[in-house]
Design a protein around this ligand. Sequence first.
Ligand code: 6PG
Length: 258
Amino acid sequence: MTPDVRVYPSLEELSREAAAEFEALAHRRAEAGKGFYVALSGGSTPRRLYELLGSPGLLSRIPWASVHVFQVDERAVPPDDPRSNYRMIREALLSRAPIPSDHIHRLRGEASDLEEAARDYEAELERAFRPGTAAPPRFDLILLGLGVDGHTASLFPGSKALGEQTRWVTATEVAPLGARRLTLTLPVLNAAERVLFLVAGDEKAWTLRQVLYGPGGRYPAQLIRPAHGRVTWYVDKAAARRLEDGGGEGPELARPMC
Ligand code: 6PG
């Protein structure tokens, strides 16, 4: 199936369009009298989107009382650490949007036992979504990024977490970074109603082409295929540079996943 790729001149315009989509989806859920359940990625690309959502222009237009914010993944650091995804999301959005505090669900990256923190988050997901059912939580919207090595969330090439088909949250080793992470797993990511990938920067151009149009099964981002959901790629011009031409040769990336 042809991927739904939307190319924008800059990260700013990409972020504005993604913010408009967020607003529209939030209103659709609110008008149906339902909560809007979102899972937000960290990293640098989505920061501007979060800042726009928390800016005066949009702040008053989004029904924040019905928004429930979860995290896609987190580094094994405290929430005030500069590397913390939660810290970025809090600074850019949560400190400005009037989201009820019990609608904000933080991954406890600071936990000494990350497996226990993963279990706790699964319990929090079950309480928030459909208590008592075994089906993975179906987010209304999940925002994902793309690493140069084709990772997304904290699902890295070669990671055991890629094979997780039962758990909803797992602790994972990121060997190339010598770091540990907490991440939502593929069963949850692929249960989503709507997934937006935000990809910007020339350094992503070759990876994006491989992920979208190269052989399948090579990069974790290619495994994001919601059975009953839609994926849209919000890409800036720089990252889309290789989508038009033959793609050309690129750097030898991390060994493909399989
Ligand atoms: C993280 C993110 C991660 C991110 C990609 C892209 O914890 O870093 O969740 O999956 O989306 O690494 O990061 P950039 O947006 O910074 O390029």
